[in-house]
Design a protein around this ligand. Sequence first.
Ligand code: SAM
Length: 224
Amino acid sequence: MKRIRITTEDGSPSFYSEQFNEIYHSKKGAITESDYVYINKGLAHWSSQNKQMSPKIFEMGLGTGLNAYLSYIFVVDHKISCEYFAVEKYPLSFEEVKSLDMQDVLPDSEHKHFFDQLHMVDWGGSLLQKEFLFKKIKGDFFTLDFDNQFDVLYYDAFGYHAQPEMWHETALQKCHDILAPGGVWVSYCAKGSVRRILEKIGFWLERLEGPPGKREMLRAIKKV
Ligand SMILES: C[S@@+](CC[C@H](N)C(=O)[O-])C[C@H]1O[C@@H](n2cnc3c(N)ncnc32)[C@H](O)[C@@H]1O
């Protein structure tokens, strides 16, 4: 399973996956996309609506760990607590993680150590750092059972042409099932068919301005 390191336009690294013929982040900027789509439009949005509460966050596809790292910074900066569950079917090796040299570009030098730490956690294990409880699960999103009700769901699958099954009703229904009422599903995707399925299965949809290079993105709130 070959992955090739690339540098995106904001200077942050990502991978190109030969298996999926797809890159892990937007070419316009890995950190820029992650911060805008998942932190600002997902976690920060939920937090603004749920003052003083501790979100349970689910990430579909841990990959490079960028979303988890940026979530940690948000949680520490905002003095909240959180539980973070990340699932990954095709984990990066630690050598691949190191080859990214992510440390050179990560924001917030005080907390950079957390990026390596999250990758050192055993699959199936967890790490509590400050008020951030991080759990890592190796497996397939389709077959894993989750008994949690999550508040924020980062849906960071590869794009429709690379992984169409991730954007069909079965997968999106599973997202709905594992979210708490009022929970936020967020993704860089803006595809019309995805939006229509999300509406049909019980989400209230928002079409938001996308990150650089994308006109739109989607945020979906599970109806109460
Ligand atoms: C677009 S990449 C995003 C990765 C990550 N969020 C990041 O910021 O680096 C999609 C990720 O989903 C993972 N993935 C693909 N299919 C999956 C599945 N069925 N279950 C769990 N993870 C999956 C891939 O291995 C990859 O790491």
